[in-house]
Design a protein around this ligand. Structure first.
Ligand SMILES: Nc1ncnc2c1ncn2[C@@H]1O[C@H](COP(=O)(O)OP(=O)(O)O)[C@@H](O)[C@H]1O
Ligand SMILES: [Mg+2]
Length: 244
């Protein structure tokens, strides 16, 4: 009953203004390649993109939103954003127990195309799904949501188009960034600023800015608080640069 009342109350509320910048999907990586089959399979309704961390689920979702998504788009990182915070950003305040219903009503009212990134379970996602519209969900596990299209996202094939695209980004890099790109690619796994600074023999503050720059250019991935990692294909490209 409480749920019905909350949904009805929210039905009258549109949520003010534009989508707050923090909850708009960012642009996909500039050198996005491949995934033609997966992109073609995503349609209206609910689609779950599942696969291991770092395989390219978020990039795929963002590319689809850029290419084919329409209307206002709302992106909620379920691992990082608290639902109450999302609602408050729209000027909606509600009791914690009503948040899910109000969120659904907001999405339905504004006809948002929704990206729910980093879902942990079906239980987490189900209460957030609007009755209609387009929803992309990314998750490390199969969610088996009823009536959802499930797309397994596997590693990118060694696509030869990636090389030239990465080259284009690489030649535009300032020397410090280019050098870090070449050197840090020899780290086998995630690394932090102190490690990168030690490898480069440069002050941490300069290295931190340069790493952020590489992340912005989608050559490096931030995988947590001040930890960075190369996508495996990008790493191979960066390593090859050392010999050129
Ligand atoms: N199709 C692609 N083309 C180019 N780069 C990609 C592609 N897919 C992923 N990447 C890069 O790989 C890294 C990891 O991708 P991401 O989408 O964040 O993985 P996931 O969401 O599965 O953890 C990012 O740096 C991203 O830019
Ligand atoms: Mg992701």
């Amino acid at each position: 009953m409480r749920e019905v009342l909350a949904a009805r109350a929210a039905g009258g509320i549109r949520g003010r203004g534009d989508v707050p910048p923090r909850f708009r999907p960012p642009l996909p990586p500039r050198h996005f390649v491949g995934r033609d089959t997966e992109l073609a399979r995503i349609r209206a309704g609910v689609t779950v993109l599942h696969g291991p961390g770092g395989v390219g689920k978020t990039a795929l979702a963002l590319e689809w939103l850029r290419e084919k998504g329409s209307g206002d788009q709302l992106c909620v990182d379920l691992a990082a954003h608290d639902l109450g915070r999302v609602l408050r950003a729209f000027g909606l305040r509600t009791e914690p127990e009503d948040e899910q219903a109000v969120f659904r009503a907001l999405v339905a009212r504004r006809q948002f195309t929704l990206l729910l990134d980093n879902a942990a379970s079906a239980e987490q996602v189900t209460p957030l799904l609007p009755a209609s519209g387009t929803v992309l969900v990314t998750s490390r596990s199969r969610l088996d949501l009823p009536q959802a299209r499930e797309i397994a996202v596997g590693p990118l094939p060694d696509d030869e188009r990636l090389g030239p695209l990465l080259d284009r980004s690489y030649v535009e890099l300032p020397e410090r960034q280019a050098r870090l790109y070449r050197l840090c690619a020899w780290e086998p796994d995630a690394f932090g600023v102190p490690v990168a600074a030690a490898i480069a023999g440069e002050p941490e503050c300069d290295v931190e800015d340069a790493l952020d720059d590489l992340v912005e250019k989608a050559l490096l991935t931030e995988v947590g608080d001040d930890a960075f990692r190369f996508h495996e294909l990008v790493r191979a490209h960066a390593r090859a640069k050392r010999y050129q």
